[in-house]
Design a protein around this ligand. Sequence first.
Ligand code: ADP
Ligand code: MG
Length: 358
Amino acid sequence: MVQVDENDLSLLFQQGIQGNAASFVLLARRLVSRLKKSDPATATLLAETLSSMSSPTRSVTQPVDADSRRGLLKEEMAVVLDHEPIWSPDIALKLGRVIDERRLATKLRLSGLEPMKALLFKGPPGVGKTMACRWLARELGLPLLTLDLATVMSSLLGKTGTNVRAVVDYGRGFPCVLLLDEFDSIAKRRDDERDVGELKRLVTVLLQAIDEWPSTSLLVAATNHPELLDPAVWRRFDLELDFENPSEPAIVQFLRAEGISVTVATELAAIYAGSSYADLRRSAQSAKKAAVLSDRSFEEVLAEEGLTSMAALQESTFLRDVKIKRLAAEGISHRDIAQQLGISHPTVGRVLKKTKGN
Ligand SMILES: Nc1ncnc2c1ncn2[C@@H]1O[C@H](COP(=O)(O)OP(=O)(O)O)[C@@H](O)[C@H]1O
Ligand SMILES: [Mg+2]
C-alpha cells in the first residue's frame, strides 16, 4: 500500500495543473524521497520516471543565428578522442565524482537529491578544458553540443545573449553535454560600452540557463579568464575545476604515451616544465615529422627541439621570432603568444609586422 501525505499530493496536483514544471519536479522529488522507506519499489519507479521525463522532447532543428542563418553549434552524436587524456589527481577525482553521480542518479533521486548539472572549467589555454568536456561526454555516452563563443563572436556581437539563449533552449530538449567554450571571449573586448552591456546580458542568460537546466544533462562553461566575470556567477555552478599546466610527472606520462623511454622522458620533462599540453603535443607532432624527414630518431629530435624552444628562446631573438611566427601562423592570438613566450604583447605585434613588410 502506497502511503502519501494528502497535502503533498494536493500541492503536486496544483503545480501540475498550473503547468509549473520546476515546482512540480521539486515536489515530486520530495514525494519520492518520502516514499522510499514505506514503498521502495514505487519510489524507484517514480524516480526513474522523473529522470526520463524531466526534459521536454527534442526540437528537430538546430538553432541558427537570426541574421546570418549560420549554425551556432557543433553537434557530435558520439565523441571520439584522438588520444587519451592524462588527469592530475585533483581533476581525476572531480571528474570521477561527476561520472559517479550520473551513473547513480536514481539512487540520489531516491534521497531527494539531484546529480551535478553545471560545471565550470577554468585555466590557461591548452591545458585540457575542452578535452575534459569531450571526455565526459564520451564516458557518459551523451551527445556533445559545443558553442564556441570565440569563433562565433564577431558576427554575433550585439546578439550573443539571444544566441546563447537559443542554444541553451535547444540543449535542454534532450539528454546531452552542452559546452559553452571560451565563455569569456566576449568579456575580452570590453573596449566600448556596448560590449559591457552585452556581457551583462550574457551573464543573465547564463544564470537563467543554470537554473532551468535539467539534471539529466550537463552544462559546462569553460573560461581562460574567470576574473572578468562576477564571482557570484561562479558560485551558481555545482563544481569548479581548475586546470593547470602539466606537472613534471604528468609530462613524463604524456611523453611515455608518445613512445619516449622513461629515462629520456624524465630528462625532457624538466625542459618542458611550464609548457601546456597543447605545447607538448605541438612539439611532439613537429618532432615526429622532422624525425621522419631527416631519418633520425624521434627522441633525439624532440630533445633538441625542446632545448631550442625553451632555453635558447631567452637568448636568441632569431629563435624567438621564428616561434612567434609559427604560433601566429597556427592562428594563436597575439595575447596568447605573448603569454606563452613570456614577452610583451606589443613585441609580438612588432615582430609580425616586420615579417609582413619583408
Ligand atoms: N589532460 C590532457 N592529457 C593529454 N593531452 C591533453 C590534455 N589536455 C590537453 N591535451 C592536449 O592539448 C590539446 C589542447 O587542449 P584543450 O583541451 O583544447 O585545451 P583548452 O581547452 O584548455 O584550451 C588537446 O587537443 C590535447 O591534444
Ligand atoms: Mg578550449
